[in-house]
Ligand binder design. Structure first.
Ligand code: ADP
Ligand code: MG
Length: 720
């Protein structure tokens, strides 16, 4: 019936609404944008707010009432009935608690109300969000605080319209319980250090912002299949499923033409995102069958993070309107590529200059090389932290599996930059290898060609022309964590380099000569992190080991690095995390891992015993009675039929013994702390779960198709 529903889909009449309004006019209509504020706020209030948004000036509480009223009026004109503080707790999702604008009067009527106090602060109960221990020793209450640097917006659903106010979420004692707070702190830290460098070069820039552009991969499958798969519903990935005869080996899906229904769904998703001011730009088929990508134009990191959350939510919400289910998990289907999220990252000053853009003059290039060297130094010192930032159960299926970068963090620079870096290491670069014209002037640094050069798809962290692309992120995760780490580690290196240069030029030494010296020493120290070859190859694993680069294969190997003395020193020094916050996150991540595996293993057991086993037993009876009938009729039973019966009996036995074993290990309560518990999940539960799956997948290849209770990979991936 699922297949029948799909073949008749075109009759449902669902087509993406052909918009009569040109997309440019739709853009941002549901956003309380700068333009709206300018039009609706008194000039002095507008200016005060703008100073907060653009210069990071502390928020003036006296303007809150005026802003709140304007926001309410604007939202109600657009049909909003409720407002919510919209925040990002450590669940990795967004959270909202709607309050109506309605306020009863004594006269028995009601008015619409929304005060400055309600705009600025909310008090959701923090006790039901992950806090990693912060909660138990302190107050259960938490509060949300308005983040004016990310604009409020309206979620306009057919069934309700809500004003959403992006907020940070903290405990009553001021400790971060969310993803946004440390992100904002890290943006500040990076800005402060980067401005010091810019000053040395005579720049008047006052702030530096981090820019981010996340490329989001996802799967779309028909909802009818989805509902028939408890594993997809509850774990986001298939826990059973034999390899289909055709997977991605024909390489016919990547950049292929987009199926009609999917295209309609994409179009409506994009339209909704445009209205929310999310500048989505690119869409295409990805490598796996039924896999796609959506990518925006980059924005400031904080807004890009909020927008990526909206992208993920919109994909899920709107797919439903087309009878589709969006799967954001890193590995919904074994045996075909999983989904990642390339986070493109750079820094940009408030005069609009991208600081990772190679310059036109030797002077600009010296500045560029300082920022480049800072990133290289940062990653060479704290690659382990970048690894932690992408460590979670879902991503363990991808990293190192020849579809995503390995768990070894290294940097790809490309031939041209690699050559420059090599020359700097030897004492000053004098020539650019390819492309660009040579300009050796004041600072003996060459003009760099702007061409990003060759591409290396296998590197976890690649320089791509004017930005770095962090490719190890998982598709379902918030990009906040990876950006927090990048900002923090780069801030530290910029701090170091600024200090060196400031100290040198104070007594009047020549800046250019000092830059040369500093670059040389930084590059010398950090070169080991640069690798331009094939990161998927065995040779690289061997080479990386020789270099002593950490290779944290699984989440559990990686997570302890989050609370190493080195990490604590870094994050506390730049006030990104307190030590307690860091430890709380470590606990949350460990627990998240353990709970994920617990859910998956319970589901595996349940599906094995309640879906696969009954089907297999039915089929066993079919064969057994066929054999018995032959015998009763006095015919010889052909050896193939006896063999088939034996095979199925054996496979069922395998399934049951593996299930028994899984059930036993689920019930084991390992001694020790949360790390030991998580290790038990990885080392004992996962292998036991995999054994049940293996037995189930063998049965799938044996049991009659009309008896098989689950949609197969072939159906889910190819029937569109
Ligand atoms: P790819 O070839 O990696 O698939 P795409 O064009 O799909 O490249 O994506 C590149 C992403 O990088 C886009 O989201 C783009 O906006 C982003 N990007 C470009 N410049 C910057 C920058 N300076 N800072 C951050 N992101 C950037
Ligand atoms: Mg990319």
């Amino acid at each position: 019936s699922a297949v029948e529903a799909i073949t008749s889909w075109s009759n449902l009449g669902r087509r993406a609404p052909k918009s009569v309004t040109p997309v440019c006019q739709l853009f941002g209509i549901n956003v309380f944008s700068d333009d709206v504020m300018r039009a609706r706020l008194p000039e002095n209030v507008y200016k005060t707010l703008r100073a907060t948004v653009q210069k990071g000036a502390p928020l003036d509480p006296s303007i809150a009432d005026v802003v709140a009223t304007a926001m309410k009026e604007w939202a109600m004109e657009r049909g909003a009935t409720h407002y919510t503080h919209w925040f990002q707790p450590m669940t990795g999702l967004t959270a909202e608690k709607h309050d109506s604008f309605l306020s009863p009067t004594e006269a028995g009527t009601a008015v619409a109300e929304f005060s400055g106090k309600e705009l600025v602060r909310g008090e959701p109960d923090a006790s039901s969000f992950p806090s990693g221990g912060i909660r138990s020793t302190f107050e259960a209450r938490g509060y949300t605080a308005w983040d004016p640097t990310s604009p409020a917006f309206i979620l306009d659903n057919p069934n309700g319209t809500t004003l959403c106010i992006p907020t940070a979420f903290c405990s009553w004692t001021g400790e971060a319980l969310d993803k946004k707070t440390p992100l904002l702190r890290s943006v500040e830290a990076l800005s402060h250090q980067a401005v010091r460098i810019l000053k040395l070069f005579g720049s008047t820039a006052e702030r530096v912002s981090t820019t981010a552009g996340p490329e989001q991969e996802y799967f779309l499958i028909d909802k009818n299949f989805y509902y028939a798969r408890p594993d997809l519903i509850n774990a986001g990935r298939t826990l059973f499923g034999a390899k289909p005869p055709k997977g991605q080996e024909m390489e016919d899906h990547y950049f292929g033409s987009i199926p009609e229904r999917v295209l309609a769904c994409m179009l409506e998703t994009e339209t909704e995102l445009y209205k929310l001011g999310v500048p989505v730009k690119t869409r295409h088929n990805e490598v796996s069958p039924a896999q796609y990508e959506i990518a925006p134009v980059f924005e400031s990191a904080n807004v890009a993070t909020d927008h990526n959350m909206l992208v993920m939510e919109s994909l899920k919400r709107i797919a439903d309107r087309y009878g589709l289910q969006a799967l954001l998990h890193e590995k919904p289907f074994a045996g075909v590529n999983g989904s990642g999220k390339h986070v493109n990252w750079s820094m940009s000053d408030d005069l609009g200059n991208n600081l990772l853009r190679p310059g036109d003059t030797p002077h600009d290039n010296a500045q560029f090389l300082i920022f480049l060297a800072a990133v290289i130094r940062a990653v060479s010192r704290h690659g382990d932290l970048l690894r932690v930032a992408v460590a979670h159960a879902g991503n363990d299926h991808r990293l190192g599996a020849n579809e995503a970068p390995p768990a070894i963090i290294s940097i790809f620079l490309g031939d041209m930059l690699e050559d420059i870096v090599e020359q700097i290491e030897k004492g000053g670069a004098k020539s650019a290898k390819s492309g660009g014209e040579l300009k050796i002037g004041v600072s003996v640094l060459p003009t760099l060609p702007r061409d990003p050069g060759d591409r290396n798809r296998t590197s976890p962290f690649a320089f791509t022309g004017n930005k770095f692309e962090f490719r190890a992120c998982g598709s379902a995760q918030s990009i906040a964590g990876p950006i927090v780490v990048l900002n923090s580690i780069v801030a530290e290196s910029l701090d170091y380099m600024a200090t060196q240069l400031e100290q040198a030029v104070a007594p009047g030494k020549d800046l250019n000569a000092e830059i040369q010296k500093l670059l040389q020493s930084v590059i010398k120290e950090s070169r080991w992190i640069v690798f331009n070859g094939d990161n998927y190859s065995e040779a690289w694993h061997a080479e990386a080991e020789k270099r002593g680069l950490p290779n944290r294969r699984s989440t559990i190997d990686s997570l302890p690095d989050l609370v190493s003395p080195k990490a604590v020193e870094l994050f506390t020094k730049y006030k990104i995390f307190t030590e307690r916050e860091l430890h709380s996150r470590y606990e949350i991540f460990l627990e998240g891992y353990r709970k994920t595996i617990a859910i998956e293993s319970q589901l595996t057991l349940q599906m094995a015993s309640r879906m696969i086993l009954p089907a297999a037993l039915r089929y066993q009876s079919v064969i057994a009675s066929a054999v018995a009938n032959l015998k009763a009729a006095g015919a010889t039973v052909p050896k193939h039929q006896t063999a088939l019966l034996n095979e199925i009996v054996h496979a069922i036995d395998e399934l049951q013994s593996a299930s028994d074993r899984l059930s036993d290990v689920i019930d084991e309560h390992p001694k020790g702390d949360s790390l030991d518990h998580a290790k038990h999940s990885r080392d004992v539960v996962i292998p036991a779960m995999n054994a049940v799956r293996a037995a189930g997948d063998i049965l799938e290849t044996l049991v009659a198709s009309d008896l098989w209770p689950l949609p197969t990979y072939q159906e889910m991936l190819f029937i569109k």
